[in-house]
Design a protein around this ligand. Structure first.
Ligand code: NZQ
Ligand code: ZN
Length: 392
């Protein structure tokens, strides 16, 4: 077992009807006025927003609303949210939604605690983030894992960049998770969520083996559970058992526990973010469109690891090249089964020229200044080759 550090401060309140706890939870932090952050309309349409505001009122907590967070949330919307929160003298930020809403709320909390600061300076690490304001989450979609993660992702439209910021300050104070709130999800969004959940563990898994058996067992169990409960949730989005398993998988997959004691990879996310910034595609879809090509490109550097994955997650016999290739094929086959794109063509971004693929590779590698991946180091040219393989 390798050494590691872990601190998971987010209080999880999981189960049916738990959103009724929101007022009491916020009150525990002595807050008097919450800024309720939400998305384009699903929370209002389902009636959740109204119910949440009722629970706040019941505990004597005033509120203001900041709606309109969009998938691939925008820096300028979050920056405007900071000014709004300050003008309303909010002292707590409550996210009601998915990863995009939660990441917007995280950004607003950081800006609120640092008036006058430019959020992008934190994301680019020009200015270190040293404090934030209190924030909590009501989750409505099992997917990004932002409800427990140390990360927040914003898109800077002006610069054409989508970037994550990792800091312990990104961990919410609480996460209320009622799987029934996800019953209204369109199947495409459920599938995007399944893909992202699997990817957060896969991105921590393909690291040369460092003998962390417990971490491996958790990761493999999570992947098997996500595959099975994903199928169940797609079959019937109101299947509580399936949706609840999926929701918990989403949180565990990105809170760090499936990668304890080893490095993170996240190269497929870097490729996905380059696609998301340019084409505004759904995050989960941007990952499945390139994962197979990434795996194809790197697996020969650690055939036993891919074969081990195939055995533990997909029940594939053998430990050689054939088993490794089959493991990749089964994963890609599953993405296809749940309706996710497995190539750039299926992602619907059109025929991309070599020039565009090279630009995407430069975006993914910060203009060629960093190498990606752990199993096989990938420079900008390697990333270009992967994008070219993914053309489909
Ligand atoms: O905007 P609304 O109307 O709420 O609709 C959303 C949106 O259209 C809808 N939705 C959410 N809950 C719903 C619902 N529709 C009906 N019923 C419900 N219960 O689903 C759509 C997608 O929402 P979004 O929040 O974008 O989804 P997700 O949770 O997948 O978040 C994706 C974002 O999170 C980032 C991604 O890059 C992307 O920007 N990520 C954040 C991470 C983090 N902070 O740790 C890690 C991830 O790797 C990821 O990068
Ligand atoms: Zn992700």
């Amino acid at each position: 077992m390798q050494g590691f550090e872990m601190c998971l401060p987010t209080k999880v309140i999981f189960g049916k009807g738990t959103e009724s706890r929101v007022g009491r939870e916020i009150k525990e932090y002595g807050a008097k006025k919450a800024l309720v952050v939400y998305g384009k309309g699903s929370a209002a349409a389902s009636g959740l927003l109204g119910r949440v505001e009722g629970f706040l009122e019941k505990e004597g907590i005033a509120f203001a609303e900041w709606g309109g967070a969009q998938p691939n949330p925008q820096l300028d919307h979050a920056q405007a949210g900071v000014e709004f929160a300050l003008s309303k003298e909010a002292d707590f930020i409550l996210a009601v939604g998915g990863g995009s809403v939660i990441d917007t709320a995280k950004a607003i909390a950081h800006g609120m605690a640092n008036p006058g600061a430019r959020l992008w300076d934190f994301w680019t690490k020009k200015v270190p983030l040293e404090k934030t304001a209190p924030f909590g989450v009501i989750l409505t979609i099992p997917a990004a894992g932002s409800e427990m993660s140390d990360s927040a992702v914003l898109t800077n439209r002006e610069k054409g960049k989508k970037m994550g910021l990792s800091t312990p300050l990104n961990r919410p104070l609480f996460a209320i998770m009622d799987p029934e709130l996800a019953y209204t999800l369109p199947k495409y969004q459920i599938a995007c969520g399944i893909a992202d959940i699997m990817m957060h563990t896969l991105e921590r898994y393909f690291i040369p083996d460092q003998k962390n058996r417990m971490t491996d067992e958790i990761a493999e169990g999570l992947l098997r559970t996500a595959v099975a409960s994903g199928r169940g949730a797609l079959l019937d989005p109101c299947d509580y058992d399936a949706m609840s398993e999926l929701m918990w998988c989403g949180s565990l997959s990105h809170n760090g526990i499936t990668g304890l004691g080893r490095k993170k990879d996240f190269s497929v996310h870097k490729l996905g973010h380059a696609l998301g910034a340019r084409f505004d595609c759904a995050h989960g879809a941007s990952l499945t469109a390139v994962w197979g090509s990434w795996a194809e490109y790197v697996y020969r550097n650690d055939v036993p690891r891919f074969a081990h994955y195939g055995r533990s997650v997909w029940g594939i016999e053998g430990d050689g090249e054939e088993a490794a290739r089959l493991a990749i094929a089964r994963t890609v086959g599953y993405f296809r089964e749940i309706g996710m794109p497995t190539s750039l063509k299926e992602l619907g971004v059109g025929e991309l020229s070599d020039g565009v693929l090279r630009e995407l590779a430069m975006d993914a590698t910060q203009n060629g200044s960093v190498e990606l991946s752990v199993i096989r180091r990938l420079n900008a040219d390697d990333v270009y080759q992967i994008f070219a393989l993914a053309r489909g």
